[in-house]
Ligand binder design. Structure first.
Ligand SMILES: C[S@@+](CC[C@H](N)C(=O)[O-])C[C@H]1O[C@@H](n2cnc3c(N)ncnc32)[C@H](O)[C@@H]1O
Length: 274
């Protein structure tokens, strides 16, 4: 699929694992004694990073032993968090073969190779049997996916009849042109930001009940203010390693569009409808 190739290309790095290991060394970490927490500044590719994942988990309420699917898992930061902090078994699916390789290598490094397993594949044709998971979540992926109805149908298919599905995506608040590049695309042709009402409508049409919705605009603005307060020079270990040279511009544009009220990160918590 052309769009999926373009998305994988957008996120391509080339030598990501090496770049992360060098940054860990520069930050004074021993690559052979890493914990999932050590990786958090670089492996959570969404607004607010680990803090956002913790806040999401309070809404999502994972239980030990739950089989979770991480849709568009990136390099697996959230998957390792749910495995290490909540005792879940997490499968990740991700378009970028490089991200999958790094996700599995980092899971092995922190001793989570048994509980976290990522594979290359599309959220629109999930490589799993029906009813394989008790829960699924998706962080900052929907902006790359035009056919969200098909995405939600696929997630519904692989969940058990009492499965839960949590979303943390950047959603539309008002009409207007966005500034590019953004972290998920270099231009408008690769951006499919939708409003929460459209998400809800499609989720319900695909067999979900929406239990909770939370706008995270204020949290995002606080996060950006803290980043600015830390000053211009990025810490050795940060998301700029994953996002590349234009990281600063991408984050600046996203923060401008959130501040002006065009978009906002938003959580939705759903369960399979009875
Ligand atoms: C902004 S990153 C977020 C990664 C991860 N969820 C996180 O929060 O750290 C978006 C990810 O979604 C993946 N993605 C986009 N469209 C996808 C699709 N159709 N199927 C699988 N993964 C997809 C991208 O390759 C990218 O790794």
């Amino acid at each position: 699929m052309e769009l999926e190739q373009a998305v994988a290309q957008h996120y391509a790095h080339g030598s990501l694992e090496q770049a992360i290991l060098s940054a860990l060394a520069a930050a004074g970490k021993d690559a052979n004694r890493l914990t999932p927490k050590d990786l958090a500044p670089v492996d959570e590719f969404h607004i607010g990073g680990r803090q956002a994942t913790i806040a999401f988990a309070e809404q999502f309420e994972p239980r030990p032993g739950m089989r979770l699917l991480d849709v568009g898992c990136g390099i697996g930061g959230a998957a390792r968090y749910f495995a290490s902090e909540h005792g879940c078994r997490v499968a990740g699916v991700e378009l970028s073969a490089e991200y999958v390789e790094v996700a599995n290598a980092l899971a092995a490094r922190v001793g989570l190779g048994e509980r976290v397993s990522c594979r290359q594949g599309s959220a629109l044709a999930l490589p799993y049997e029906p009813g394989s998971f008790d829960g699924a979540y998706m962080f900052h992926v929907g902006m790359n996916i035009e056919d969200k109805a098909r995405l939600f149908r696929e997630v519904r298919r692989v969940l058990t009849p009492s499965g839960v599905f949590g979303i943390y995506d950047v959603m539309r608040l008002a009409a207007g042109d966005l500034h590019y590049p953004l972290p998920w695309t270099s231009g408008a042709e690769g951006s499919f930001v939708a409003d929460a009402a459209s998400y809800r409508r499609m989720l319900v049409a695909e067999g979900f009940e929406v239990l909770k919705e939370r706008n995270r605009r204020d949290f995002a603005l606080e996060t950006f203010a803290q980043m600015r307060a830390r000053g211009a020079a990025p810490a050795p270990l940060g998301l700029h390693i994953v996002m590349g040279a234009s990281a600063g511009q991408k984050v600046k544009n996203m923060s401008t569009d959130i501040a002006s009220g065009l978009i906002a990160p938003t959580e939705l918590i759903c369960q399979v409808a009875k």
